[in-house]
Design a protein around this ligand. Sequence first.
Ligand code: PLP
Length: 389
Amino acid sequence: MDSFENITDFIDSELRFQNETGLLRSLFPLEGSQRGVIKTNGKPLVDFSSNDYLGLADHPALIEGAKKAMEKWGMGARASRLMSGDLEIHHRLESAIAALKGKEASLLFGSGYLANTGIIPSLCGRNDVIYSDRLNHASIVDGILLSRARFYRFRHNDLNHLEDLLKNHRSRYRRALIVVESVYSMDGDQVPISELLELRGRYGAMLMIDEAHAIGVFGTKGEGIISQTGADAVDVILGTFGKALGGYGAFVAVSNRMKQFLLNRARTFIFSTALPPAVIGANLAAVKLLEEEPERRSRVCELASELRQALKEDLGLNTPSESQIVPVMVGDSQSALSLAESLWDAGFFVKAIRPPTVPEGTARIRLSVTANHSLKDVRQLLEALSNGL
Ligand SMILES: Cc1ncc(COP(=O)(O)O)c(C=O)c1O
């Protein structure tokens, strides 16, 4: 008995370690956030940390959509979709997403985390192999671990490395799945899609692409990156409503057959309560706004391009970004925390992103540009950055 570790000692030593290495996380309740300005301790801070890329989270159309749906359908969905929770409004949202993505069908999930952890184990099991980009999101990694398939991580966006791995191992396994993001959540760069489609065909692999950070921002209609280059060749396209679309939940855009398969196999779909009507009502309103207010999309892209260019040319900083997610690489966690603090003092809400969210030695400030920002905000942020570096 004496050799068993005491739970309090274990927790204390873990927390002490996190603290000493600059990795301790804590919650930070905000007093409010409106149109991209956060209030905390009575002080307004311009928010450069959110995923509300189109500034839809407090859009009146989303609030109205949520209210109307709640009044009509009630607060909760009451059960999973396969029990009595399947409402007409869920199907309406799925049709809107299928049309946006140019796929036959769509299936909703409770969140992006639930989608990734449900879908990947449905597609692959013990006799299969998964190839995953090294920078894929934690929910993809957890889906892979749940699948019990053999998996290989390839160097970020390095398709030569992916091909070497496919050459060496693919033939030993029954099914293969390649999984990537289209815009990477912490680096803001993009997947080399046409080369990937070519590889997928050559090695008989399934392809799954997580568009969590591309939906709403990229594409002529805000459909993301993949539809432009051939959604037909991608088996599963995943997107979330909690980022550019300002709401909550997630979807996959797939073939009719794949939808039928997933709703029979994905445990996070089968065994979880359907998304509540208010959330669906807001998500439907957001999808409609993609068409009605395209200027939000162009604004984000223009401001992000301005920020990327000024970081490189005026401040001499290198950023891998090709999107609205613009990381400023710092290196060690303590320096990233200090830079975040100096930006707070200058009136900007930013977060230091540290391991394990990003690889060791690559702590950074992750700046995200949204339609709530003005050119003046971006210029003032650049000035504060040059003072804080
Ligand atoms: C690439 C990616 N996929 C999935 C998710 C999870 O989505 P959700 O927040 O809806 O669970 C995230 C969240 O940050 C993400 O960045």
